[in-house]
Design a protein around this ligand. Structure first.
Ligand code: UDP
Ligand code: MG
Length: 318
């Protein structure tokens, strides 16, 4: 029988975990597979850890990984992927925004239609702040114009991935992880399932505007060096313009003598180039900072506590 691992990153989800767990149980009763649920507690400050620990005692199919602090959803997912034992893995949010009702379709696409990946795409953004939707749309249009990966607006982390896809993703060791891009970059035979956006079951989204902005920069910088190329291009253009202007000034001085006017243009040019330099140094800095973080080779996370699921473990001794 096939074995599926759920990966559930949890950060301050004390209000949703039990509802989530019940819904998963309900759905999985109708599907003929073995499964484990890997809850990753990403340094929650509420009682998330205790709730999961309690579930672990009652249900042997639950696995609990508690990280040593909040490392972010990307790292929590990575920890889950590293510890999942299934023939396939389903990544799903704990807040029920990824409807468990889709699980049968995901599993069917993988098991019967033999897709390597079946991913979910939300077709509307209802219940989301307008400004956030607007920025998201802009982000997708920019990243698709300038990077190698093509991201579709609304595609979420909610997906089933075959073991070979999971192993490939685990082979991408970068510390700055932008999973949406990595999943897309990895390729494989994929199918999309669409669903309507649902609001959180309880609690609040942990995404602040600041975090989203960083996430967007991450997405762009991780997948393209076009911003650096833009810097080069603009540099060449402005240098060219500057040389032309220099020629004009020299000729003017030779023909008409040296007049001391030109204060405005001088100041404007200094400010313009000053600004340009700062922006492009910043862009170079974004890349340099990432190189710095990558070369340190720090682990993606630390584990403080780990309770393994006890489903079919005997079959996984590789
Ligand atoms: N999450 C996490 N670590 C974090 C932030 C979030 O593990 O630092 C989890 C969270 O518990 C949830 C999922 O990632 O299961 C999605 O988070 P959230 O609902 O805050 O994001 P949104 O749905 O608004 O994109
Ligand atoms: Mg959510």
């Amino acid at each position: 029988m096939k074995f599926i691992s759920f990966i559930v990153p949890c950060y301050n989800e004390e209000q949703t975990i039990n509802i989530f767990y019940k819904q998963i149980l309900e759905v999985m009763q109708r599907i003929d597979v073995l499964y484990e649920i890997v809850f990753i507690n990403d340094g929650s400050k509420d009682s998330t850890a205790e709730i999961i620990r309690r579930l672990c005692k009652e249900d042997p199919s639950i696995s609990f990984i508690s990280l040593s602090r909040n490392f972010g959803k990307e790292s929590a997912m990575f920890a889950g992927l590293e510890h999942a034992k299934g023939d396939a893995v389903i990544i799903i949010d704990a807040d029920l925004q990824h409807p468990p009702a889709l699980i049968p379709q995901l599993v069917d696409g993988w098991q019967n239609e033999k897709y390597d990946v079946v991913y979910a795409r939300r077709i509307n953004r209802e219940g989301e702040p307008i400004l956030r939707s607007w920025f998201s749309k802009k982000f997708y249009s920019i990243i698709n114009k300038i990077s190698d990966v093509k991201l579709v607006d609304g595609v979420v982390d909610y997906r089933i991935m075959d073991r070979k896809v999971v192993d490939s993703i685990l082979g991408l060791r970068e510390r700055h992880r932008f999973s949406k891009g990595l999943f897309e970059w990895a390729g494989f035979h994929s199918k999309c399932i669409e669903y309507k956006n649902v609001e959180r079951a309880a609690g609040n989204s942990s995404w602040s505007f600041n975090k989203l902005f960083h996430y967007a920069i991450e997405g762009i910088v991780s997948f393209t060096i076009v911003p650096l190329r833009i810097a080069t291009f603009v540099g060449i253009l402005t240098a060219l313009a500057a040389f032309i202007y220099m020629g004009i000034t020299i000729i003017q001085t030779l023909l008409f003598g040296n007049s001391v006017s030109g204060y405005t243009s001088t100041i404007s040019l200094i400010l313009f180039f000053g600004g340009m330099h700062c922006i492009f140094l910043g862009i170079i800095g974004e890349y340099l900072g990432r190189i710095f973080n990558e070369v340190k080779h720090r682990p993606h996370y630390f584990i403080r506590e780990h309770i393994e699921s006890r489903v079919r473990t005997f079959e996984f001794k590789k």
